[in-house]
Design a protein around this ligand. Structure first.
Ligand code: IPM
Ligand code: MN
Length: 347
């Protein structure tokens, strides 16, 4: 029987509850489809940091490298560990070390979910560059603590990095409705964003079947609210994609529905699957976190592993649960009741 080795990193706050829910659903789906998921849990988190002084062990990345995929809950507990420490100690290094350059985030309304917009039918796939750009980590501070202090944080856009994410976007558009929206701010940022637009234009010649439109980030933010149905695949830099996908989460009814996949398309290192929402410390022990984003991320993991049928079964089960009104109103249903509804739809 085919078996996949999955590294589970529940992390902080609601991460544990939603990862447990997703893992239960995925196990059931695997059983139904005749393959095995073998999970190993790593307690890397802010708790771990308080005990050891690091978010993960020094050889953490090398340990994870041996797995077929990583399922992550959430990272961060800012009252205990500054976000700049916890995220740079666990989530961001994994994305970079495993060259998970394509962060994919689907935004559509699940059955029964109304969302805040009048628009009821949209299906957007946001593709966020995930390894460089504004998150490159290049910068520094001088004259610390003085009136003359200066902080510099430089975005880094490489031809290799921009080309590969755009190519990935074109490929996704080709598999969907053939429309690619490339998001920049090249009217104001004349080096990196003009560079991005030039590469978009160059690659477009290889994809004559894809209709490409360039948008500025500000106009795209408005379009996602006013005319989300006009969008298919949206590709953006790391920070722009980060911001647009929180907007995407909002228009799809909230962060509880926002799934994501950090993909290494070359498959020379594991990819990582995580809900977009954070650790939500305020509701961490109330048992009311919505596990749907984590379960949906798990379905994306199955898809990536080549188990399309099981992935489809999980999505159908999520949709059956929300269509019955389960898990669509924040706080109304318990995490375990939503999970149970998905499990029962899975059969
Ligand atoms: C996300 C999150 C992270 C990001 C944070 C927690 C560093 O907001 O995955 O969207 O900005 O990438
Ligand atoms: Mn974000």
């Amino acid at each position: 029987m085919t078996s996949y080795k999955i590294a589970l990193i529940p992390g902080d706050g609601i991460g544990a509850a939603v990862t447990e829910a997703a893992w239960e659903v995925l196990g059931r789906a695997a059983h139904g489809a005749g393959f095995k998921l073998e999970g190993t849990t790593f307690p890397w988190s802010c708790d771990f940091y308080e005990k050891t002084g690091a978010m993960m062990p020094a050889d953490g990345i090398e340990t994870l490298r041996g797995y077929d995929a990583i399922l992550l809950g959430a990272v961060g507990w800012p009252k205990r560990v500054p976000d700049s420490v916890s995220l740079h100690g666990l989530l961001l290094p994994i994305r970079k070390a495993f060259v998970q350059y394509a962060n994919i985030r689907p935004h559509r309304l699940l059955p029964g979910v109304e969302g805040p917009l009048r628009a009821s039918a949209f299906d957007i796939l946001c593709i966020r560059e995930n390894t460089e750009g504004e998150y490159a980590g290049a910068g520094g501070r001088v004259h610390n603590g003085t009136a003359d202090e200066v902080a510099v944080e430089t975005s880094i856009f490489t031809r290799k990095g921009v080309e590969r994410i755009l190519r990935f976007g074109f490929e996704q558009a080709r598999k969907r409705r053939g429309k690619l929206a490339s998001v920049t701010k090249s009217n104001a940022q004349k080096y990196s964003m003009v560079f991005w637009d030039e590469i978009t234009a160059k690659l477009a010649a290889d994809y004559p079947d894809v209709e490409v439109t360039n948008y500025h980030i500000d106009a795209m933010a408005a379009r996602m609210v006013m005319a989300p149905e006009s969008l298919d695949v949206v590709v953006a830099s790391n920070l722009f994609g980060d911001i647009l996908t929180d907007l995407g989460a909002a228009i799809q009814g909230g962060l509880g529905f926002a799934a994501s996949a950090n993909i290494n398309p070359e498959r020379d290192a594991p990819s990582m699957f995580e809900p977009v929402h954070g650790s939500a410390p305020d509701i961490a022990h109330l048992g009311i976190a919505n596990p749907i984003a984590a379960i949906w991320s798990g379905a994306m993991m199955l898809e990536h592993l080549g188990e399309a049928e099981a992935a489809k079964a999980v999505m159908t089960a999520i949709e059956a649960a929300t269509a019955r009104g389960i898990g669509i109103e924040p706080g109304k249903h318990k995490t375990q009741d939503i999970t149970a509804a998905v499990l029962s739809a899975l059969g």
